[in-house]
Structure formats: structure tokens, C-alpha cells
Design a protein around this ligand. Sequence first.
Ligand code: COA
Length: 367
Amino acid sequence: MRQVPFFLNLSCLLLLKDIEILMIIGILYLRCPIDNTLTYDYKSCDYRSRGYVPDYILTNAELETMVETTDEWIFTRTGIRERRILKEEGKGSSDMVVRAMERLFEQTGLKPEEIDLLICATVTGDMVFPDTANTICDKIGAVNAYGFDINAACSGFLYAIQTGAKFIESGTHKKVVVAGVDKMSSILDYSDRTTCVIFGDGAGVVLLEPDATGFGIYDAVLRADGNGRHFLHMKAGGSVKPPTIETVLAREHYVYQEGKTVFKYAVKGMVDAVQQVLERNNLTTDDVRWLVPHQANKRIITSVGEALGFTEDRVMVNIERYGNTTAGTLPLCLWDYRDQLKPGDWVVLTAFGGGFTWGAVLIRWKG
Ligand SMILES: CC(C)(COP(=O)(O)OP(=O)(O)OC[C@H]1O[C@@H](n2cnc3c(N)ncnc32)[C@H](O)[C@@H]1OP(=O)(O)O)[C@@H](O)C(=O)NCCC(=O)NCCS
């Protein structure tokens, strides 16, 4: 029962006009915790994941013709051999999600009109506005859905999947699609060898639905430190520094990264987040079948896996073929390893990226 505060007694009310009483009641209502019953016994399961990467393969050999680099440097320093690039004129991030969604529709029987909500994690939306999620809904015919974008860079998929899970847990949404996508080639300076060799384009989607059988998204640790913006960002194009001839000439519409600093924080952030999410669910590394780390650098993946005590056969890695697809890496891993994921497996996703943002999501795989 919500209690009426002591000062809201009859004598007070008599001094006020009707409209003032209504305003006070309105403010009190907004400030009180809502105590209607929420169905927290639901978990949201994510067993239907699909991915898409463009056909064009940009190899290390081709990059050798573009900047001063070598296949040997790129592979030993990052673990990347090739990455995919969306070359088609007039196509953007939404189009890659549409292709992944087509696979989801074909292979699961899901109908576009059944989707309630579509959340799109991306830093390379089709346009600065409107949001890409609603463009995707339009392109796939999700006429009953609404959507919004989440901008948390490489951790975007973690933030988005946790947000989607909460919509399911609240009992208000039954079918939530979460997309992680980036067309990194649209914000890379292909004359800067320190960034252009790392990233690629790709998309993945998962469908979240209610599940009362003990599977699904169990918990999430999400973190952020806004001071990290100095080390990984795009200098111009936002409201602080809108595009001008000068910003274009200064090449400020591309990814800027201080790689060594980001590397150091990335390892620590992911290790801490995974440990925290396991500890508070009374699990150890030994209980977890799969660690699914963000694919930023093979050396980061190895350091995180070793620090947590995972053997290599329990760590998902596909960076060699795709590079870093930012919000796309985690769903693309789930897609690539789909045949090896078994019902009941404990799976931990972890990521670190621009913001800084980082975290870990614990899932019991439904199969
Ligand atoms: C970017 C990254 C691969 C660079 O690797 P690194 O070992 O730190 O390399 P450095 O930046 O110290 O550069 C070492 C040298 O290689 C050179 N170099 C950089 N890129 C090169 C390339 N593509 N080819 C050849 N040489 C290169 C540098 O110029 C430098 O040369 P110098 O010593 O003469 O100055 C690495 O720092 C990294 O992965 N950082 C984290 C990225 C990340 O996690 N991002 C978060 C999510 S997006």
C-alpha cells in the first residue's frame, strides 16, 4: 500500500486549489516506487541468433598496397587476416541487419509483424538521425514494432541485450529483437595504418522471448567511465564540432584511438566484469562452457582468457576472419559457434569499448 505522507492531511488540502492538489499527488506518485506486480520469473532466452557479413574480403595483402604495413605485423599484433567490407553504393548498417533478419525469418518462422521492439546497437547508424532501429523495422515490415538505437560502441550489444531482457522480464514485451551492427569502413581513415587494419563490417541479431524454464539471460554487469572518451572517439561531426570544410580536411570524421591505453583498460575491464558476474551468481570459471569476448585484438582475448583461467577451447574467437566489427562482434561469435553451443551451457559475453564502456552478460543457453 502506498502511504499518504503526514503533511498531506485534510487541513493542508483545504488551503489548496484543486489543480495544486492534483499536481502534488502527481509529483508524489512519480516519486513513489511503483508497486504493481512485475513478472520477474521470466528469463529472456536468446537461442535464435543470426549473423551477416558482406561478401567483399579486404585482406592484409590488399592493405599492404594501401598503407605501410605487412601481413606479418597485422597478424602478430592483432590476430587479423581479413575483414569484410560493405562496398555496395547506398547501403548502410540497416541493410546488414536486414540480411541477418531475413535469415532469422527463414530459419525460425518468425513473422515481422510479431516483433514488439527492435533495439539496434551501433555507432555507425545510417544517419545521425533518425535512429537506425526504426529504419530496419520499416525495411523488414515490422509494422507492430517500435525501436531505438544504443550507442555504447564495442559494448553496445551487451547494453542492448540487457535492455531487451528487461523489456521481456517486465512482462510487457514478448518478442524483442536485438541487433549489433557496424559499418566501420564508413568511419575509417584508410591512410591511417594504426586503425584501418583493425576494423571491419558485420551484423548479428538475436531474438529474445519469455522463458520460464530456467534458461536465458541471468545477469549483467555493465560499466562506464566517461573519461575514456579522450582515448577513443571521432573528433568531429557531433554537436561540439559540426562538420565543416576544415574538419573534413583535418580528417576528423574518422576513428581516433590511443591503442596502447585502450588495450590496458580493456583487459582489466573485461576480467573484472566477468569475475563480478560469476561471483554474484555463485559460479566459477570452471562452470562456464564458453567465454565470448569482444573481438578487438587476439592478444587482448588471450590475456582476458588466461587471467580468468579459461582454456583456449572454451573461448570463442573469429577475429582472424572479420576483424573488429564493433557492436557486431558478439552476435557474430554466437552465430559462428551456433553448432557448438549446447542446451544448458553457461555462456559469458564480455566487451570493452569507446566511452569507455564495458561489461559482462551471463547466459544459460537454451539450445
Ligand atoms: C591498436 C593496436 C593493435 C596497436 O598495437 P601496439 O602493439 O599497441 O602498437 P603501437 O601502437 O605501440 O605501435 C607500435 C609500432 O607499430 C607501428 N604500427 C602501428 N600500426 C601499424 C601497422 N598497421 N603496420 C605496421 N606498423 C604499425 C606504430 O607506428 C609503432 O611504430 P613506432 O614504434 O615506430 O612508433 C593495439 O594497441 C590494440 O589493439 N589496442 C586496443 C584496441 C581496442 O581494444 N579497442 C577497443 C575496442 S574498439
